[in-house]
Design a protein around this ligand. Sequence first.
Ligand SMILES: [Zn+2]
Length: 1097
Amino acid sequence: MNVNQSAPPLPPYGQPQSVYPGYHQSSYGGQSGSMVPPVPYGTSYNGPVPGYQQTPPPGVSRAPPSSGAPPASTAQAPGGQAAYGQFGQGDVQNGPSSTVQMQRHPGSQPFGSAPLVPVVSQPTVLQPYGPPPTSTQVTAQLAGMQISGAAAPAPPPGGLGYGPPTSLASASGSFPNSGLYGSYPQGQAPPLSLAQGHPGAQPPQRFTPPQASSFTPPASGGPRMPSVTGPLLPGQGFGGPSVSQPNHVSSPPPPQALPPGTQMTGPPGPPPPMHSSQPGYQLQQNGSFGPVRGPQPNYGSPYPGAPTFGSQPGPPQPLPPKRLDPDAIPSPIQVIEDDRNNRGSEPFVTGVRGQVPPLVTTNFLVKDQGNASPRYIRCTSYNIPCTSDMAKQAQVPLAAVIKPLARLPPEEASPYVVDHGESGPLRCNRCKAYMCSFMQFIEGGRRFQCCFCSCINDVPPQYFQHLDHTGKRVDAYERPELSLGSYEFLATVDYCKNNKFPSPPAFIFMIDVSYNAIRSGLVRLLCEELKSLLDFLPREGGAEESAIRVGFVTYNKVLHFYNVKSSLAQPQMMVVSDVADMFVPLLDGFLVNVNESRTVITSLLDQIPEMFADTRETETVFAPVIQAGMEALKAAECAGKLFLFHTSLPIAEAPGKLKNRDDRKLINTDKEKTLFQPQTGAYQSLAKQCVAQGCCVDLFLFPNQYVDVATLSVVPQLTGGSVYKYACFQVENDQERFLSDLRRDVQKVVGFDAVMRVRTSTGIRAVDFFGAFFMSNTTDVELAGLDVDKTVTVEFKHDDRLNEESGALLQCALLYTSCAGQRRLRIHNLALNCCTQLADLYRNCETDTLINYMAKFAYRGVLSSPVKTVRDTLITQCAQILACYRKNCASPSSAGQLILPECMKLLPVYLNCVLKSDVLQPGAEVTTDDRAYVRQLVTSMDVAETNVFFYPRLLPLTKSPIENTTEPPAVRASEERLSNGDIYLLENGLNLFLWVGASVQQGVVQSLFSVSSFSHITSGLSVLPVLDNPLSKKVRGLIDSLRAQRSRYMKLIVVKQEDKLETLFKHFLVEDKSLSGGASYVDFLCHMHKEIRQLLS
Ligand SMILES: [Zn+2]
């Protein structure tokens, strides 16, 4: 069928709208509609990734895919998964090469309709520093582009072309001025990224062609990369008068006054402002902030030929560093704003193959006209190279980030449910792909040719329909599976475990009642909350009550099971102290319907805190608790979820007993990886049993010290569960965060006992998977549970040549049990373009998705390789990607220019954020548990979550008029964007800070904090007073709205300028050099340029 035809409005399916679990959250606890928590576990723990060490960038010679071969798994799939009808063994992926004429649009445009500039995109000169090397383009901007990255306390010597000193206030105040660079029609030359962020004045400078951003960073003139100076020390930023160039690198100073304007289409703007330091405010500038730092471990000599990048031990070199103007390098803020302006107003219609969707940071609606919504699938590129040679050359990972049960906004319909009755869904006989709109009906409709493997299949009589003159079935628009990208099939009994329809799932709450849990107030708080929370268990569609049954266990060194059968007057406790051989002491009365047993349950929850109030027991067990929950589900013959509330390292004598093995001395050694690995294999085999039972584990941790998150989270991670961590939990400080997370977690829609398979058309195949799941073979992703937040990232490789005309297809099929116990298949289809020109690849990439993939790849890599190796691998791959573009797609220009593909111009800044993240480059304050925790969180994040996590949002609160209630435009995450007369919010999806400048007006302080002056504001405050004035309402409203956008509750921390806590806050100003040695954006860009030049020379 023709994917491109304009499909009619949503067809009037006979099928009722999918009842799939309340996509509308019930409004329990005021959480309505907010997004649900992401999930925190790491990649399926698969032990060492073979071949990682070889530093092959992903995409090339990585060892055989198989995240598949999970630890300790032998051939036999747990729980007889293989028996599921969905995935026949021996599915053939490689059919004859596609000869199907599918009438797809041969080459859709990425955005808009302007034809793309063919093949070679010429550089847009971004940064004309440096010697006049290249052309005059370079010089053109010299006048307009100057240093601002300086931190020198003294103003720079005059005559250097610096702009007039500008206060921080004005610098950040006028930034970003998106109006200036508003909407550029797609396909036209984008404005220079350079210009972004310049305080108002500079008009967009349009250089010829689109699709490339180039700049001439440091060293542009020199034949080779000259060495950079040593550590950038305070005051060094500007060096002496010899700084004739705003470059960071000390290449021979080029003639200064190059004739401006040669290639510019617009006048050069006025020089950008300098950022001068202000009294009492220490500027942090690219490494020149703070005390002299020691050697930077990361930028030592790892880069051959670039020995002096970044800080080096030893005294500073005399050569004054020159800098790129931070305003002149690609700005995430500008890119986000531009996309919002250009693409936020029109719905994204999925009818055309290979369209790049709007960015995740843009609000847009989706109309499904044949391809899955980007809410379900996002790709690193929507146009993939036809051959593996091309793919290897480009080094751009081909990956899809899939969120099969993603929540949709209310305006968008949930997938329709198709019921084919007893015959079940129609599939290709050979590859088992499900019927979809890309299948080609032939012979008058009596047969269809599979779009994945080309096999010709008979159409069963009950499914027969005539074709119209275009070869399309006349009922195509009445059938979701023939006209939409996403839909569901009701599964038949063949798709059920043991050929039996499943029972409704169960939730088991398992509560640590050891001394710490009681003392912190956790147990009392939790029990009180559960009394009401149990009324909000997920339910299907219009169901009056949830079908989910519940059970309760408490534990310390022993386990206590509770009989809460409705006929009992009081709950009964049964103690199991033989934790080595766990069994469930009761079946009847353990898992119950909440409404039927409400009185008994309430009584139990009232009694638990009292029963253990005087406990002296400090030791806990852990593995036996999971074992018990899993056994209980097995006995009840159902899938389900365990909610574990746990406080300490399980040192009591029992299976899964752990010891404290935290050792910070291992950081930056070859043994660092052991910190991320579980200390015993016991949890992996336990997880495997859980997966076989469809037992998903969510873990809430309340540690006062090291608990070995790396080990405790193995089961949650392999079962599709979530981990939450509340260090040093205190009811008064942390209850809001914990309760909010708990409510979201309990209410969230989950698919149980799930298996996901990604099929592809001939030529590519899925080879690697990242996320929270288990794999016992190389193709089936097993998920004991999969909730609305869980994401699976899939990498693809070529196994044959692709065809430009037929493109490439992905089909993700998820078999799962709904909250009501219904067995279903959710299908997502996506068609991609294929290209024979690398330029087409680079024009259709999505950097946010690339970063999602690269971060997950790196975070798995730390399990098997030193973090330095992992970082180097990422840098090398990024350099190769950009060098390939430069070599094959950009028009010839001086080597001194850094030329970036338009779609990837943020790759360096985002990659740098990944490189300096806590997992890959921890600061002194980051604990081993924090790193393990974050590592896992990231592994199941979707693209929007990784985007804001790695590059936090920094919102000025007092810049816009108070009446303006819309979210203020963000500013770049750098200290130089902060004005000490203002207040800012910073969030990254997990953390939320309110930063207060030291010179904020007294009235503002009064309105927001109800105190008379800055000095009276309590540092570290986590709740703003509720005051009846417009500013207070506006700020509190904004905080609420930010929280509602994120899947985990972000606790607020008020940070005063110059206060101790500010160090913590500055950790998130990711464009600056970090205290742990992470490079500033500017420095990293220079370094990246150097790497690229080396590859090209
Ligand atoms: Zn097939």
